[in-house]
Design a protein around this ligand. Structure first.
Ligand SMILES: NC(=O)c1ccc[n+]([C@@H]2O[C@H](COP(=O)([O-])OP(=O)(O)OC[C@H]3O[C@@H](n4cnc5c(N)ncnc54)[C@H](OP(=O)(O)O)[C@@H]3O)[C@@H](O)[C@H]2O)c1
Length: 205
């Protein structure tokens, strides 16, 4: 997911650095997609305007702890969906309510946290020229940060929409299990969601 997002941001003209647990892996990824550079997560997280975290739910807490004191005033975008293998087609949100709430607790209180990209299939996103029939819901209590991520979605050829407060992230996180169920039940290769009737929303790309 991280590489797919980065690939589209590079194509959209953004200056992107790749983070990994392994600096060599990050550098190879950066070279593959034409990003500016790469390095270990904590090093790359410092000095950025936006930091996007795309790791499995099981590693969310450890990864956020690693970057917590490095991100400064950056907008941190968390893509985590709290799937519980093997039953990934069943909604199983954590006791805190959502991965977003877990991220909120894991980061410093003044960190600008946005969650997004829960409902987009990474393998579809990774084809940077493909039209993705899926709205990207963005959640945050920081309105400016949320709007920034909605704008980045536009730069990536996606329609980003504000989904409101961070607490609302639970709905999109839960929807992912339903989309995985839809893939299996209706033979979809990455089912998505599209909102209708939105008069003043960004145009569908
Ligand atoms: N895949 C999708 O279609 C999709 C769609 C919507 C949302 N999401 C969410 O986006 C997040 C990333 O999904 P993904 O499919 O990209 O996951 P992934 O391929 O399993 O993992 C992404 C990266 O996380 C790092 N990672 C793996 N295990 C780790 C660990 N134990 N500790 C720290 N870092 C670790 C790895 O990077 P390094 O080895 O380079 O460190 C790995 O390449 C997940 O929370 C997922 O629920 C995924």
């Amino acid at each position: 997911m991280g590489k797919a997002i980065a690939r589209r941001l590079v194509k959209g003209g953004h200056d992107v650095n790749i983070g990994s647990r392994d600096a060599a892996r990050a550098a190879a990824c950066a070279q593959e997609i034409g990003a500016a550079g790469g390095g270990e997560n904590a090093a790359v997280a410092a000095g950025q305007e936006v930091v996007i975290v795309a790791v499995p739910h099981a590693s969310q807490a450890a990864t956020l702890a690693e970057i917590r004191d490095r991100v400064g005033s950056a907008v941190v975008v968390d893509t985590t969906v709290p799937l519980v293998p093997p039953k990934v087609m069943r909604v199983q949100l954590p006791a805190e309510g959502s991965a977003a709430m877990q991220a909120r607790a894991a980061l410093n209180p003044d960190t600008r946290l946005v969650t997004a990209f829960h409902n987009v299939a990474a393998h579809r996103l990774d084809h940077a020229d493909d039209v993705i029939e899926c709205d990207v819901l963005c959640f945050s209590d920081d309105v400016e940060g949320r709007n920034l991520v909605v704008g980045l979605c536009g730069d990536m050829g996606l329609r980003g929409l504000s989904g409101g407060a961070l607490a609302n992230s639970a709905a999109a996180e839960a929807l992912t299990s339903i989309l995985i169920y839809m893939n299996k039940t209706y033979g979809a290769d990455g089912a998505g969601i599209r909102f209708t009737g939105l008069v003043s929303a960004p145009p569908i790309p």
